[in-house]
Write a protein that binds this ligand. Structure first.
Ligand SMILES: [Zn+2]
Length: 401
């Protein structure tokens, strides 16, 4: 690995010279400042001047993607050919963390188009690693099952909720899901203490397979994937630098949750310096049993702006979701957040299942110290809230504040 100081210096000078956005922001510096002297940049600031982030002439752009739009209008993100090579390198390193080699047969059950970066990145990383890849996407559980029977993949890349749906279809049809390792994207499979949550446990049981968590951010064109130790996603330090900051923008101690702030290295089209991702997680710098020395990023416990502030306490919606996932009789659900107009938030849980609302309220109070309104809803009502027209991703949290 190259030393961080020289990589930072290179990234700073490149952005200051080539990015209209950073040229203005960094004009006051003479020479290269320390990273902590550069004010972190927010997604809203980037969104307001999206195209000014571009450092190369438009004809050099090779690929355009958009962010998922879970927070505000999706950003348009552009990559050059060199950025695509960096993206495949990043993904190859991530798949190597899982232990995949050229001998693996990998089924990719995530969306490959719809302007997402992740599916493309997985495909390129697996190609670079030399694996045999089959792309089912995630439109049809039956196609996934037929493909599993036909090619017997040794690993599957997918989203937890979809993999659980496929396992359900397999049970109905008596298909054997022989143990492949499963790498998941986009939804948590571990709790804040790094133990598998209900979704992670159910996938390991149904698929008789190891699950590995991965974390990625479109704008960073980077992902971090955990190794066999399951102690957080390993950072590829030549490609990305990660800091964890508190609400005042100060670094937090090792292992403490704060906002993930990242700097990209080696990006040509749209580099970012100290970018506030809005995701909250902890960084672990201690030695990893796998022998890698890079820091590991723990599970994302929530989005900074999703933090619910209730009288005397605050909680991430993901903590409420984890409690719901662990409660017998809870089927589908949606968590709604509103403001009471007096500086406090209110939470309502719509649930479909066999659990009694007052029992569920007590469980949630015990687990999260929050007693939300609990209302029984029809499956159709929950479907309308989870998947509104034109949405690209199913959601379990609706922020009406
Ligand atoms: Zn490790």
């Amino acid at each position: 690995m190259r030393d961080l100081e020289s990589i930072w210096s290179e990234a700073f000078l490149y952005a200051a010279r080539n990015s209209p956005f950073y040229r203005e922001r960094l004009a006051r510096f003479r020479g290269v400042p320390r990273p902590d002297q550069v004010r972190p940049v927010d997604k809203s600031e980037v969104s307001a001047r999206n195209e000014d982030l571009l450092c190369v002439p438009k004809e050099r752009v090779a690929e355009m993607v958009t962010t998922s739009g879970t927070a505000g209008r999706p950003l348009l993100w552009m990559l050059t050919k060199s950025d695509l090579s960096r993206l495949s390198l990043n993904e190859r390193l991530s798949f190597e963390c899982v232990g995949l080699t050229a001998g693996d047969v990998v089924l990719v059950a995530v969306t490959l188009d719809r302007c997402f970066i992740a599916g493309l990145a997985y495909w390129m990383g697996l190609q670079e690693l030399g694996c045999a890849v089959v792309r089912t996407g995630m439109a049809s559980p039956m196609l996934v099952l037929e493909t599993i029977e036909r090619v017997r993949p040794t690993a599957i890349v997918g989203v937890p909720s979809f993999l659980r749906m496929v396992a359900g279809t397999a049970r109905e049809r008596g298909v054997d899901l022989a143990g492949a390792s499963v790498r998941k994207a986009g939804e948590p499979i571990r709790d804040a203490a790094l133990a598998l949550n209900a979704a992670g446990r159910s996938i390991e049981r149904d698929w008789n397979a190891r699950v590995y968590s991965t974390y990625g951010v479109t704008e960073l064109a980077s992902s971090l994937c955990e190794c066999d130790a399951g102690g957080g996603g390993h950072l590829h330090e030549d490609l990305l630098q990660v800091e964890i900051l508190d609400e005042a923008g100060q670094p937090v101690p090792d292992g403490v949750v704060g906002e993930v702030v990242a700097t990209t290295f080696g990006v040509e089209a749209m580099p970012l310096l100290r970018y506030r991702t809005g995701d909250c997680a902890a960084l672990h710098r201690g030695a990893c049993p796998c022998g890698r020395t890079s820091p590991r990023l723990g599970p994302v416990v929530g989005r900074r702006n999703h933090l619910l502030k209730l009288k005397g306490t605050s909680v991430f919606p993901s903590a409420i979701a984890a409690a719901l996932d662990d409660t017998p009789g809870v089927g589908r659900y949606v968590i709604l957040a509103r403001t009471d107009g007096a500086g406090s938030d209110t939470v309502e849980v719509l649930v479909h299942g066999t659990v009694a609302p007052d029992v569920l309220r007590d469980v949630l109070q015990g687990r999260t110290k929050v007693a939300p309104l609990v209302r029984v809803a029809s499956s159709e009502e929950i479907e309308r809230l989870q998947a509104p027209p034109n949405s690209r991703k199913r959601r379990w949290f609706v922020d009406l504040r």
